[in-house]
Write a protein that binds this ligand. Structure first.
Ligand SMILES: Nc1ncnc2c1ncn2[C@@H]1O[C@H](COP(=O)(O)OP(=O)(O)O)[C@@H](O)[C@H]1O
Ligand SMILES: [Mg+2]
Length: 243
């Protein structure tokens, strides 16, 4: 069963074509990665999938609903971890979760319990009443993950989930994502870390300048082209993944 399908997807920002006629299909329960350097168009694709902005042209369906026709229904069933930290700096860790839960009309009593559960899941329980200004980068990423899970989403969109994190924090996020995968949550992520793609993605779309060069499992790509994903990327695009 497909969770997301895109055909002929194009996005222009004025004269700049950020996403250029791409197609992909993401199946239920898989972890699908968009791999490419800065500027490849990954965030733009994520924003279109979670109905933050419409495509310039093409068809994008999520849960078999059109992103332009049914944004409300789609948004209620997905969780989004954005590339940039947009937590509310005036609230505590707990407060950030409770306020976010209001967007989904989750009653206060329910959201309080959910928040406690989620903070346990991301190992931030002892930070419950801390102002988010006092969190490390890794803790903020984990809080953004908890926030993305507040509506119990079937599909989780993660834009550079471990960007800027040290190896320990990165592994901790991967562990949470693998845990969600085992619960049959579909994951879509973007990354320019090949290790991340190799470790947690079932399939990756290799992106270069708004286009998808190839879609396959990391294992098959490495087998077909020899070397690790970095070498595959260089071979297929003539570029390195470094931003
Ligand atoms: N709101 C915007 N207005 C104009 N150009 C944008 C906007 N957002 C992204 N871009 C441009 O579109 C291209 C793709 O950006 P983006 O989707 O953020 O790529 P990635 O996430 O792979 O780094 C880049 O050239 C970027 O500068
Ligand atoms: Mg991006």
């Amino acid at each position: 069963m497909s969770i997301v399908t895109a055909k002929g997807l194009t996005k222009d920002y004025g004269h700049l074509r950020a996403v250029d006629n791409i197609a992909f299909e993401i199946k239920k329960g898989e972890c699908f990665g968009f791999l490419g350097p800065n500027g490849a168009g990954k965030t733009t694709v994520m924003k279109i999938i979670h109905c933050f902005m419409p495509p310039t042209s093409g068809d994008v369906r999520v849960f078999d609903m059109d992103v332009i026709e049914s944004p409300g229904e789609i948004k209620s069933r997905i969780g989004v971890m954005p590339q940039d930290d947009n937590l509310d700096p005036d609230l505590t860790v707990f407060g950030n979760l409770i306020v976010y839960a209001r967007y989904f009309d989750i009653p206060k009593k329910v959201s309080s319990n959910l928040a406690i559960e989620l903070l346990e899941f991301v190992e931030l329980k002892e930070k419950t009443d801390v102002n988010i200004r006092n969190l490390s980068g890794g803790m903020k990423r984990r809080l953004l993950l908890a926030r993305a899970l507040i509506n119990n989403p079937e599909l989780l969109i993660l834009d550079e989930p471990t960007v800027g994190l040290d190896p320990h924090s990165r592994h901790s996020v991967w562990e949470k994502l693998n845990n969600l995968k085992s619960k049959n949550v579909t994951l879509i992520l973007t990354t320019h870390y090949m290790e991340e793609a190799e470790k947690i993605c079932d399939r990756v779309a290799i992106m270069d300048s708004g286009r998808i060069v190839v879609i396959d499992s990391p294992e098959r790509l490495m087998e077909m082209h020899g070397g690790n994903l970095e070498a595959v990327y260089l071979k297929l695009t003539g570029r390195t993944l470094e931003a």
